[in-house]
Design a protein around this ligand. Structure first.
Ligand SMILES: [Zn+2]
Length: 83
C-alpha cells in the first residue's frame, strides 16, 4: 500500500472506528441524559417559576440512545426470523 492510498483510506477507517465505538457505547450504556431536562427529571414551567416532572423522560432523566434503538430493532428482527 503506497502513501496516497493510505491517506485516502484514513477517513474510512476513522468513520468505521467511530461507528463501532458508538455502538459499543450503546451496548455498555444504553441510556443517555434527557436533552429536555438535562438529566434532572424536572423541568421549569413556561413562566419559569414552577419545576414540574419532565414529560419527555417521565421524570427519570434518562433517554434511550439512537444507536440502542438500532440494536434493539436488529435484535427484534433476528428473533422474529428465528421462529
Ligand atoms: Zn427529561
Amino acid at each position: 500500500m503506497d502513501f496516497s492510498a493510505m491517506i485516502a483510506s484514513t477517513p474510512c477507517i476513522i468513520l468505521a472506528l467511530l461507528t463501532l465505538g458508538y455502538l459499543g457505547l450503546c451496548v455498555v450504556s444504553p441510556f443517555g441524559r434527557c436533552r429536555t431536562c438535562h438529566g434532572t427529571g424536572r423541568n421549569r414551567s413556561p413562566l419559569g417559576r414552577i419545576r414540574r416532572d419532565c414529560r419527555r423522560c417521565a421524570a427519570t432523566g434518562l433517554r434511550i440512545r439512537r444507536g440502542r434503538h438500532v440494536i434493539n430493532h436488529l435484535h427484534d428482527e433476528y428473533e422474529a426470523g428465528k421462529r
